[in-house]
Design a protein around this ligand. Structure first.
Ligand SMILES: *Cc1c(COP(=O)(O)O)cnc(C)c1O
Length: 341
């Protein structure tokens, strides 16, 4: 016997939501609650001083090594939280999501942990390593059409038809509360952090830092988008939720062209700033981390480091945290970036 099916309901943003998507922003308390789940299933990630960035910025710069998590990206904190709290009615049909990779890996990981079937729709030109990782964790990966939107629409239709629980990439309080646990870990070790730079795609990571470091400490949380995928940047500064016209960045982890209602509501009024960097700066940062620190990060993660480097002297004397949000860079992209520099 399978569970009920649901149809999409009116959405406050340009994405599709279902009746089970509660768009009430999670609170700091919810992040503490999520920590009880996350700490049971995932290791704490190290907070490690970067000599390269500390020297460049004349500051104390620490990397929150989210790349050391299973799946290689911070999103799994959210997947685990959502999977653990999933309503029983969805347990048999399981989860479906559309993803360029790390969101899908997070959902696949949670599915395996909690014994839920998982289907992930990916665009036609996916990061092959991310696809193999999802399959290794037991997810069914479906290549569905040109670009992310085609994959997303397919997943939404499947959810409506067959009763899968559609895991939205940002309008999910459990995902935001779950990824927020990284901020609590930073606070435990480094309560005097002045500034944190966080890459922004859908904004769940930055929203999580807003609810933790931003709410409990005096830290400034600065979000960073790619110039070629700046819909959230524009929505934040112009005060709307209008989609942009497509994306043009090689950092697929932050290649989102719509602002999301839930994460935007959290970021508004709490983010100290939202900036953009271009793809050259992003890959300069990825290459610098690889050559000077021997740390492999993906483009999305390079964006935050690029923004910190650009801030330069403004950060002198500060304690700065930059999450290395993910390590799942496609080999050919990294090689090209290294060859070009
Ligand atoms: C998803 C992702 C981001 C952006 O996170 P959002 O919560 O979507 O803003 C940044 N870095 C990596 C590695 C990611 O996978």
């Amino acid at each position: 016997m399978s569970g009920p099916t649901y149809q999409p309901v009116e959405s406050p943003d340009a994405t599709t939501v279902f009746p089970y998507h509660d768009l009430t922003p999670p609170t700091t308390k919810d992040v503490f609650r999520a920590r009880r789940i996350v700490s049971k299933y995932l290791p704490k990630t190290p907070l490690v001083r970067s000599e390269l960035l500390s020297e460049e910025l004349d500051a104390d710069v620490y990397l929150k090594r989210e790349d050391t998590l299973p799946t290689g990206a911070f999103k799994v904190r959210g997947g685990i939280t959502l999977g653990a709290r999933l309503d029983d009615e969805f347990r048999e049909q399981g989860l479906i999501a559309a993803s360029t990779g790390n969101h899908g890996q997070s959902v696949a990981y949670a599915g395996r942990e909690f014994g839920l079937p998982v289907t992930i729709a990916v665009p036609d030109d996916p990061n092959p390593g991310k696809v193999r990782s999802m399959e290794r964790m037991g997810a069914t990966v479906e290549e569905r059409g040109e670009g992310y939107d085609a994959a997303r629409e397919w997943a939404e239709n499947q959810a409506a038809e067959k009763g899968y629980r559609y895991v939205h990439s940002a309008n999910e309080p459990d995902l935001v509360a779950g990824v927020g646990t990284a901020g609590l870990e930073v606070l435990d070790e480094l309560p005097d952090v002045d500034t944190v730079f966080c890459p922004v795609g859908g904004g769940s990571g930055a929203a999580g830092y807003c609810l933790t470091l931003g709410a409990i400490s005096d830290a400034r949380v600065v979000g960073v988008q790619a110039e070629g995928a700046n819909a959230v940047y524009r929505g934040f500064h112009e005060g709307h939720l209008d989609p942009g016209d497509g994306t043009n960045t090689t950092a697929e982890g932050i290649a989102s062209h719509v602002p999301f209602a839930l994460t935007m509501e959290i970021m508004r009024g709490r983010l100290a700033d939202l900036e953009t960097v271009n793809d050259d700066e992003i890959w300069d940062a990825v290459v610098a981390m690889f050559r000077e620190e021997n740390i492999t990060i993906e483009g999305a993660s390079g964006a935050a480091i690029a923004a910190a480097l650009r801030a330069g002297d403004d950060l002198a004397g500060q304690t700065v945290v930059v999450p290395t949000s993910g390590r799942n860079v496609a080999g050919d992209k990294l090689i090209r970036a290294l060859e070009e520099r």
